[in-house]
Design a protein around this ligand. Structure first.
Ligand code: NDP
Length: 246
């Protein structure tokens, strides 16, 4: 099965930024979309928009740090659309600070969402993929994991941990049932750094995003490219960043 049309795609972190843009891109190309994030009001509005444009979409307000919630999201796709072809594990948080600041709660938050949330997605979708004989894990990692910079230690660590899991999964999946894609964006203009607590660091990050950042739609098109490949083709890694990013 190649192309996007007719595929069933569940997306976490679909209430804003890259996840929202990906939902719109894929729905516009004929995929049925199952949206997950905590802000249900935003998901409701996105479902209404996709349906208003003739697409198919369902939503579930879900916190990816809760294993049962992620399992429900996958179950919703199977229940409403009969199967799940792609799980886009995109929910993520970035809390930027030097390690020596010892923001242990922030470390926990990033590990819980960026790593544990992705693992819960794999746990939920893998039995479905094996039963179907096919399935695709697409995960948003980051160029932060490729080029380590100060204040991003734990964030980059979670992204590199996910990259490692996906590569191992790829090597373990030579029967061709499961495909994996790690998408590494550079600066993208989204709400991601609006949640950084320290005002000076938040403003610096927001400035960098505004000055350099590419659109979330550009990343959405890259994700669609990975998804539209025929079953025997795996786009393992995709790096997409601003042309001016160092
Ligand atoms: P946004 O802040 O716009 O999107 C983050 C999404 O994650 C939101 O939909 C948010 O929804 C969701 N989310 C956060 N915590 C949870 C949770 N506990 N449970 C469920 N959903 C959650 O930022 P981006 O679009 O930029 O981020 C998307 C991904 O891209 C992230 O993994 C991020 O690390 C990655 N990335 C972003 C880059 C950038 O420059 N913007 C660069 C490289 C990677 P809600 O709050 O409603 O739950």
């Amino acid at each position: 099965m190649s192309g996007v049309d007719g595929k069933v795609v569940a997306i976490t972190g679909a209430s804003s930024g890259i996840g929202e843009a990906t939902a719109l891109e894929l729905a516009g190309r004929g995929a049925a979309i199952v949206l997950g994030a905590r802000r249900g009001d935003r998901l409701d509005a996105l479902v209404a928009r996709i349906r208003g444009e003739g697409g198919r979409a369902e939503m579930l307000a879900v916190d990816v740090t809760e294993r049962a919630g992620v399992a429900e999201l996958v179950a919703l796709a199977v229940d409403r659309f009969g199967r799940l072809d792609v799980l886009v594990s995109n929910a993520g948080v970035a809390r930027l600070a030097p390690v020596a600041d010892l923001d242990v709660d922030d470390w926990d938050a990033m590990i819980d969402v960026n790593l544990r949330g992705v693992l819960y997605g794999i746990a939920a979708a893998m039995p479905v993929f094996r039963r179907q004989g096919r399935g695709h894990f697409v995960t948003t990692v980051s160029t932060s994991g490729l080029k380590i910079v100060p204040t991003q230690a734990v964030y980059a660590g979670t992204k590199n941990a996910v990259r490692t899991v996906l590569e191992a999964l790829r090597q373990e999946s030579t029967d061709g049932v499961v495909r994996t894609t790690a998408v590494s964006p550079g600066y993208v203009r989204t709400e991601l750094v609006d949640h950084v607590e320290d005002p000076a660091r938040r403003e610096a990050a927001q400035r960098a995003m505004a000055d350099l950042g590419i659109s979330p739609e550009a990343v959405a098109r890259a994700i669609a490219f990975a998804i539209e490949q025929p079953d025997d083709v795996e786009i393992g890694e995709l790096v997409i960043r601003p042309a001016r990013q160092g």
